[in-house]
Design a protein. Structure first.
Ligand SMILES: NC(=O)c1ccc[n+]([C@@H]2O[C@H](COP(=O)([O-])OP(=O)(O)OC[C@H]3O[C@@H](n4cnc5c(N)ncnc54)[C@H](OP(=O)(O)O)[C@@H]3O)[C@@H](O)[C@H]2O)c1
Length: 321
């Protein structure tokens, strides 16, 4: 069923989801911003009927059926909370909140109110990622024992005001590191031990982080960076070979398999070009079924990732105001 969406936020990803929602047959009926001018400009550019100069005014719009929260990291918990309290289902950008206590609090509140909430971890809905999971389950490489992944981009304070900002919950870990971390946990389970090293930027947020994790099923090593441009790939290896998630790992065009015999096969992930539309479909499907959480991105997974993020930030020495 196509729905009427409200969007909190006027940045790059708010624009991308507006496109995805429209392509899926939904309508963005309202947008909110902390600035009346930004809200008005975004509404005009995207043909959105109503705009609000304060985020939480959007929750009183009786026409809005579901909200996409795309504000900066430090205010996700405020915005998600406002939606839940208004009884509105929410798709909330990653990181779901700044830390584990706030994540738990919000997910408990959602349960109490019986409101659907999903972290916008779109990687898990991509055809390439689903294909990887199917191949692992089919035993193509034997039990997965080792995961390696990286996500590094070169970010400059000039090109993005939020990446290096402590006040806005910046840092490579919450912005891009969350993908290889979520990936490793999805394949090997929650970590039982984490060892992290990091380099901090002058503003106090992490510029890059390298992490080694122990899981019941094996080991993972991954890294994220705002100062090094990496391949943005992941490899899952088992005794019979490895599966490589080709770049970019969070919306991979396909999986390549290398068997012990050295044969190499390249698979294509059909539908990977639909990108963010998969998460719009998942929200629609869950709401059609009357669910309060997605089976593919369940609350427990959001909590596992948040728990690890808190521990990594503790080890590398990043705190938020
Ligand atoms: N899933 C993904 O692939 C993906 C990709 C990128 C980002 N994200 C997540 O989405 C969230 C938003 O990211 P984004 O890339 O959209 O960030 P962005 O472009 O920097 O926009 C974020 C917010 O910055 C504010 N803003 C924009 N221009 C401004 C200006 N000139 N002065 C003051 N404020 C300004 C807007 O606030 P108002 O709302 O007040 O107008 C906007 O909502 C983050 O949590 C990020 O982690 C996810």
């Amino acid at each position: 069923m196509s729905r009427r969406w409200g969007i909190m936020g006027t940045g790059g990803i708010a624009a991308a989801l507006t496109e995805a929602i429209t392509a899926e047959g939904g309508t963005v009926v309202a947008v909110s911003s902390a600035s009346a001018d930004r809200a008005e400009a975004f509404a005009a550019e995207h043909g959105i009927a109503r705009h609000y100069g304060r985020h939480h005014e959007l929750t009183a719009d009786a026409d809005v059926e579901v909200v996409y929260v795309a504000t900066t990291n430090e205010r996700h918990h405020l915005d998600v909370r406002a939606c839940i309290e208004a009884g509105l289902p929410v798709l909330a950008e990653k990181p779901f909140a700044l830390d584990l206590p706030r994540t738990r609090e919000l997910l408990e509140l959602a349960r109490e109110h019986g409101v659907f909430v999903m972290e916008a971890m779109w990687m898990k809905l991509q055809p390439g990622f689903l294909d990887l999971q199917r191949r692992i389950a089919a035993g193509e490489i034997g039990p997965p024992r080792l995961v390696q992944a990286d996500f590094g981009i070169v970010a400059t304070a000039e090109t993005d005001r939020r990446w290096f900002s402590r006040e806005l919950g910046g840092g490579a870990l919450l912005d891009v590191g969350i993908y290889p971390l979520t990936f490793a946990i999805a394949i090997l389970g929650a970590p039982t031990k984490i060892v992290a090293v990091g380099e901090l930027a002058a503003t106090g947020v992490d510029a890059q982080v390298a992490v080694a994790m122990q899981h019941d099923g094996g080991l993972s090593s991954w890294s994220c960076s705002f100062v090094a441009d990496t391949g943005i790939e992941a490899t899952v290896a088992g005794p019979a070979g490895s599966l490589r998630v080709r770049s970019e790992l969070h919306h991979s065009p396909g999986i390549s398999r290398r068997l012990r015999s050295d044969t190499l096969e390249h698979g294509e992930a059909v539908g990977h070009d639909l990108g963010y539309r998969w998460e719009v479909r998942e929200v629609d499907r869950c709401l059609d079924e009357g669910l309060v959480e997605s089976r593919i991105i369940p609350h427990a997974a959001t909590i596992e990732v948040m728990e690890a993020l808190d521990e990594i930030r503790r080890q590398v020495g990043v705190t938020y105001p």
